[in-house]
Ligand binder design. Structure first.
Ligand code: NAP
Length: 295
């Protein structure tokens, strides 16, 4: 049983806020009084999501920003916009960043930076956005970075010789690698910040959720497979529960656990716990984003 904590005074940024799990999380968090800044890739879908949530919660403090997270240029521009809006309306700090946006395109797609789409949107965008927003997270009395992973990370390895899956692309293999990267990133961020840091990172596993994710940019067997599979999934509201819990529940702070499912800590795969793998992925991600966290 989880409590519905009042979030008045909290500032929360949520990517992938226009559909599925992210949209359900925004509705819940804004309904509890947080100032929520949702991010979507389409202005129309942002407007539609905002209007629908405001129709349910007319007093909600809710804003949307538009960015295609497959583009590092747009991630950086988004961070500037978030900074300006948080300084003007959000109390000058971010209490929670929820890296939720995700894709599973059925065919190999290169981003404008020349990277594989899933690796770019599902892993590099959270990595870069978290880096850009870290000063605002550190300005909060106690901040959380929640990155939405999946049980799909189990059985996956980082394919060091072909991390962009250029030689052989299968959407589920690329997806599993990107969700593994979410866990490795969260664990390594905590190690780098250190135990005394006011910022902590978590990877949330929402379980199987009935959303359209596997029917966007897919066709044939993958589209059919997801159409069947999603019927067994939970509602987006149920899927958002662990994310909302990690964003809001004070008890989370007392745990060192990184990976959470059903509002409880759960060990991720053994490979996801390997510090050497996490450190290597971190260095590579820095290089691919052209940044250095150390300074
Ligand atoms: N559904 C599941 O069973 C399940 C299970 C485990 C983990 N997850 C994870 O949960 C997260 C949310 O997925 P979901 O199932 O809720 O899927 P969804 O309904 O398709 O939502 C994905 C969100 O990400 C946005 N997005 C996609 N590409 C983007 C880009 N290039 N730039 C900016 N935003 C982008 C989408 O925008 P549009 O609205 O414009 O499409 C949408 O708001 C993902 O990280 C996924 O890996 C899902």
């Amino acid at each position: 049983m989880t409590a519905n904590h009042d979030l008045t005074g909290k500032t929360i940024v949520v990517t992938g806020a226009t559909s599925g799990i992210g949209r359900a999380a925004v509705r819940e968090l804004a309904g509890r009084g947080a100032w929520v800044l949702g991010v979507g890739r389409s202005p129309e879908r942002c407007r539609e999501a905002r209007d629908a949530i405001l129709a349910e919660h007319p007093d909600a403090r809710l804003a949307f920003a538009v960015a295609d997270l497959s583009s590092q240029r747009q991630v950086r521009k988004l961070a500037c916009e978030i900074r300006e809006r948080v300084l003007a309306e959000g109390g000058g700090k971010i209490d929670v960043l929820i890296n939720n946006a995700g894709v599973v395109p059925g065919w190999y797609t290169a981003t404008e930076d020349g990277y594989e789409m899933q690796f770019a949107v599902n892993h590099l965008a959270p990595f870069l956005l978290t880096y850009e927003l870290m000063p605002l997270l550190q300005a909060a009395p106690e901040a959380r970075v929640v990155t939405v992973s999946s049980s799909s990370h189990r059985g996956a390895r980082i394919r060091w010789g072909d991390i962009m899956h250029r030689r052989y692309y299968h959407c589920l293999l690329a997806y599993k690698q990107s969700k593994l990267a979410n866990v490795l990133f969260s664990a390594e961020l905590n190690r780098r910040l250190g135990p005394a840091s006011r910022v902590r990172a978590y990877a949330a596993d929402p379980g199987l959720v009935n959303t359209e994710i596997g029917q966007k940019h897919t066709s044939g067997f993958i589209e059919w497979f997801w159409r069947q599979r999603r019927r067994r999934g939970a509602t987006p509201e149920q899927g958002a529960k662990t994310i909302v819990f990690l964003a809001s529940d004070p008890s989370v702070r007392g745990s060192d656990a990184v990976y959470w499912k059903d509002c409880r800590p759960l060990p991720p795969s053994r490979y996801a716990q390997r510090e050497d793998v996490a450190a290597r992925l971190w260095s590579l991600s820095e290089r691919l984003c052209g940044i250095s966290w150390a300074g």
